[in-house]
Design a protein around this ligand. Structure first.
Ligand code: DGT
Ligand code: CA
Ligand code: CA
Ligand code: ZN
Length: 572
């Protein structure tokens, strides 16, 4: 039983419970689903070793449910709930514009059971005739269908990264590889990857390929040759391994890192210089290799600065490398603090002290505690009174934690009219105020833009949190005029968050670049609800790099004093 399948059942339970207006429970199931999905260890193994309790957010009741799924392949509770709505809820609710309630309406009104039914109904213009729906909802569903088609079967970067790293460690332990690395979209840091591309050098390529296909994680061998093998892991991810000669390792890394578009440009450039570039090396007219063992040699022989993998998308990086002005991209070690954290004061797992110590242990110098402000009963956020007490607790902890600083903060909700829901007096007392949209995602672009602009104009809001609201594979970004929002953010000194949660990575890289070009500043926050989530920082940094961001664009590369001075309220 793969983690993804277990997560899928749990998520569906959450959705079905929501349909019945059950409070609290849906959220618990949703969080358990997330924990299972982002866990690098197989649930089977956790069940066998009785370690399910280690998953953040998984208590006794849900543990038992997970065990039932692992042992029987299904969940009686889930089957029971499904009787009321016998449709492929998971696939349907991946489509933007379709929540559980809409799915129910579509089933009852049109007999829609799956995505194919949905597409047919939408194309035949039947959806607009349902009560409560209209031409606009139908158009949105058609757009949503197109979007889902583009992301199906892709895996979250965090999950692929952990899996690839674990496989590489195991393969290195065999002693059969002198070099081993991952390439492809994984190395470029795309938010989702289609498959994992491994490259290795071995003096015993046959044995090395055999060791690979015989890994216990492998569910199915898709292809097998002397120097390459392609497998599907039991949990679904496809992994390719290619064995190349040492003298071609750099050329192979360059080629298989891609992107395809970047490679096409590079090859054209080689041809223009009378050279030939392929996955074996860079060759002159006589067929002699001028580069191949390392990537740097290839770029330099083509008259280019070395292009970091994250930029290789044919978005102007080759021209910049030619001019010699590639940006000095921000790095994980530049980040001195995490500015988006939740504790058990709201829906997090840990106390303030625990998360502070964990952050310090990871080398951070400061954090901001930004619990959710109470919004609705189901969200379980902090009240104004809690925040006042939390301020005292922060002050007390800061006395104790020598050389480490906790900033007081909150994640306020941006209301439908763009106002914040936290009392003014408190906003002024807190060190850092993040404002995020957590409700009413589906409004017209113009309305959402106005709402965001009003929030950005608020003198008390330092940061716009997870600006587009996307949840990869679950909910599309809401629409807004981003260039207008970014230029207003630049003007008012409001920072834009790159939320490093694997399912968000929001701002996404394309928007990061536009934000930086508009002159806006960024922060990177993990949105951690448990200690291991602090490690998501790496993903936020990769996303920033893909958006051409430098350390100077990211406020949490500053010292705590620098940060306080640079944040919106510090400037006035
Ligand atoms: P993915 O797996 O869909 O997330 O994306 P990639 O970029 O990892 O693509 P993949 O796995 O199909 O191939 C890995 C790299 O190999 C790709 O980024 C560039 C290179 N490559 C693959 N096929 C071609 C091709 O037909 N032409 C060129 N120039 N490069 C290719
Ligand atoms: Ca790939
Ligand atoms: Ca591949
Ligand atoms: Zn949030």
């Amino acid at each position: 039983m793969s983690n993804r399948r277990v997560a899928r059942i749990l998520r569906e339970v959450a959705e079905l419970l929501e349909l019945e207006d059950v409070a609290f429970k849906p959220r618990a199931y949703r969080r358990a689903a997330e924990a299972v999905e982002s866990c690098a260890t197989d649930v089977d193994e956790l069940v066998r070793e009785g370690r399910l309790g280690e998953l953040p957010g998984v208590g006794k009741a849900i543990s038992e449910k997970i065990e039932e799924i692992v042992h029987t392949g299904r969940l009686a509770y889930h089957d029971e709930l499904r009787k009321k709505l016998p449709v492929d809820l998971y696939a349907l609710t991946q489509v933007e514009g379709i929540g559980v309630r809409t799915a129910k309406r579509l089933y009852e009104g049109l007999g829609v059971r799956n995505v194919a039914d949905l597409e047919r109904a939408a194309r035949e213009g039947k959806i607009r005739r349902l009560p409560g729906m209209g031409e606009r909802s139908e158009a949105r569903i058609l757009r949503g269908l197109a979007e889902v088609r583009g992301t199906e079967d892709r895996i979250l970067l965090w999950y692929a990264l952990n899996t690839a790293r674990a496989l590489c460690r195991k393969l290195e332990d065999t002693g059969l590889f002198t070099r081993l690395a991952y390439a492809g979209s994984l190395r470029r840091g795309r938010a989702t990857v289609g498959d994992v591309d491994l490259l290795g050098v071995s003096s015993q390529p046959e044995q090395a390929a055999r060791a690979f296909v015989e890994l216990p994680e492998v569910g199915q061998v898709l292809a097998r040759g002397g120097k390459r093998a392609s497998v599907r892991l039991s949990e679904g991810l496809q992994v390719d391994l290619r064995l190349v000669p040492e003298s071609s390792f750099g050329a192979a890394m360059q080629y298989f890192t891609g992107s395809k578009e970047h490679n096409v440009r590079l090859r054209e450039r080689a041809v223009g210089r009378g050279l030939k570039l392929n996955e074996y090396g860079l060759f002159d007219e006589t067929g002699a290799a001028v580069a191949g063992s390392d990537e740097e040699g290839i770029y330099s022989q083509l008259g280019l600065l070395y292009v970091p993998p994250e930029l290789r998308e044919d978005q102007g990086e080759i021209q910049a490398a030619e001019r010699g002005d590639l940006p000095e991209l921000v790095q994980t070690r530049d980040i001195l603090g995490d500015l988006h954290l939740h504790t058990n004061w709201s829906d997090g797992e840990v106390t303030m002290e625990e998360i502070a110590r964990a952050a310090r242990q990871r080398g951070f110098r400061y954090i901001a505690i930004t619990d959710h402000f109470l919004f609705s009963e189901t969200v379980g956020g902090v009240t104004a009174d809690d925040l006042r007490r939390q301020l005292d607790e922060v002050a007390r902890l800061n006395e104790e934690l020598d050389g480490f600083h906790i900033l007081s903060g909150v994640e306020a909700n941006i209301l439908a009219d763009g106002g914040l829901d936290v009392p003014r007096e408190l906003l002024r007392r807190l060190d850092l105020v993040i404002g995020s949209v957590h409700s009413r995602f589906r409004t017209a672009k113009k309305v959402m833009t106005e709402r965001l602009l009003r929030a950005v104009d608020d003198e008390a809001m330092d940061v716009l949190g997870h600006p587009t609201g996307r949840l990869i594979g679950e909910r599309a970004a809401y629409e807004a005029d981003w260039d207008e929002v970014f230029s207003r953010a630049a003007k008012t000194g409001t920072a834009l968050e790159i939320n490093a949660n694997p399912q968000r990575l929001d701002l996404r890289s394309g928007l990061v670049r536009r934000a930086v070009e508009a002159g806006a500043r960024l922060i990177i926050g993990t949105d951690a609800h448990a200690e291991p989530h602090l490690d998501f920082m790496e993903l936020g940094v990769v996303t920033a790099r893909r958006g051409w961001a430098q350390a100077k664009h990211v406020l949490n590369t500053l010292s705590v004093e620098g940060l306080l001075a640079a944040r919106k309220r510090g400037r006035s």
